[in-house]
Design a protein around this ligand. Structure first.
Ligand code: G6P
Length: 368
């Protein structure tokens, strides 16, 4: 397999920039783009109406995609979803109801813990769906249903395009589930499918933040710790942002649900710890603004990713805003993933680390 870096300095940069295209290809596999309807490429071997509970299992970045998927499935299809990292799921003896559904997410399809979790679930008699990037992988072969991500080969150890493609598959599946369960009308489906069709273009627009982010990365590179905050689906994206930064820049980062700020991390705030806030304009935006005020009042420096330009600046000091395109907030994680990845990438470049092959990490963890 021959993949080159084209004109990019690292595979990771190339893979970040490929996202509008590969997410668009994944979209076209699951959505009828012209009709603005969900169109899975085959009939699922189960009826969403008969599913009482869904379990989602994965490792690393794929588990954060699963976390976003949980919010979507619960909101759009009103089905309870449990999310586990595979190393916990495989040993915690989770009771699964025969005929329910378990979803496994893996770029490589070879992660040992995820595979063991899949085998555990199959033995419990549940339906299994895997969201995988490598269709010939072990996880794909052993799953009842495979929903492939069309990210193409991902070389950088830190996952980027596989993540956003996983999100596209999960979003399509959540709309399909909502439709089958009678939670979404035809109009809802069209409105949501329309929002999905817009995603590749919005992702391309989000790439335009790169120069601004490159500048910010020079500041981030001076920090010892970085805090990421988000609410709703922006919380798992905050987790992913913190993971990306740790993995490739070796700067300590952690993520919190913004509402938990008061329950601990606020004690850490000072002028030396940047706080990255992910807040698309949605019904919890104002709540996140008040969290930012709490950070600013303690001398914290804020970086806000939002499409609500100007909405926070008046009441929050020490704020740098990265403006993202205006969009339907529900699917924001796919678009906001781009500045989050770029921030980690450019910080690592400033730090001079081996971006594509970070120390101690493997692309695919095939041993326990
Ligand atoms: C490793 C990689 C991550 C990846 C995780 C899960 O930790 O470095 O980028 O998210 O494994 O891999 P998978 O192939 O199962 O998605």
């Amino acid at each position: 397999l021959l993949v080159d870096k084209a004109n990019y300095r690292h595979f990771m940069a190339k893979e970040i920039h490929e996202q509008p295209e590969v997410v668009g290809q994944t979209l076209a596999r699951y959505v009828d783009v012209a009709a603005e309807r969900i169109a899975l490429p085959f009939k699922l071997p189960f009826d969403f109406n008969e599913i009482q509970r869904i379990s989602i299992t994965a490792c690393g970045t794929a588990s954060y995609a699963g976390y976003v998927g949980k919010y979507w499935l619960e909101q759009l299809a009103r089905v309870p979803v449990e999310l586990d990292v595979a190393s916990e799921f495989r040993y915690r003896e989770a009771p699964l109801r025969k005929g329910d559904l378990a979803i496994f997410i893996s770029q490589s399809g070879e992660t040992a813990d995820t595979l063991a979790a899949l085998r555990y679930a199959k033995a419990q008699g549940v339906h299994t769906v895997s969201v995988v990037n490598v269709p010939t992988s072990t996880i794909a072969r052993e799953s009842e249903t495979v929903l492939q991500t069309l990210a193409g080969p991902e070389i950088g150890v830190a996952s980027t395009k596989a993540f956003t493609c996983q999100l596209m598959v999960l979003a399509s599946l959540a709309v399909a589930a909502g439709k089958s369960r009678g939670e979404l009308s035809d109009q809802d489906e069209t409105r949501l499918a329309h929002s999905l069709v817009e995603i590749p273009r919005l992702m391309a627009a989000a790439l335009a933040t790169e120069l601004q982010i490159e500048k910010l990365a020079r500041e981030i590179a001076k920090s010892r710790d970085v805090l990421y905050l988000g609410r709703g689906t922006s919380f798992p994206l905050a987790l992913e942002g913190a993971l990306k930064l740790k993995e490739i820049s070796y700067i300590h980062a952690e993520a919190y649900a913004a509402g938990e700020l008061k329950h601990g991390p606020i004690a850490l705030i000072d002028e030396s710890m940047p706080v990255v806030v992910i807040a698309p304009y949605d019904r919890v935006f104002e709540k996140t603004v008040s969290n930012m005020q709490e950070v600013a009042a303690r001398g914290g420096n804020l970086i806000l990713l939002t499409d609500a330009e100007g909405a926070a600046e008046a009441t929050v000091d020490s704020l740098v805003t990265i403006v993202l395109p205006d969009m339907a907030a529900i699917f924001a994680p796919m678009v906001y993933a781009i500045p989050v990845q770029l921030l980690a990438y450019h910080t690592a470049v400033v730090m001079g680390t081996d971006v594509d092959q970070p120390r101690n990490l493997a692309k695919s963890v095939t041993v326990e």
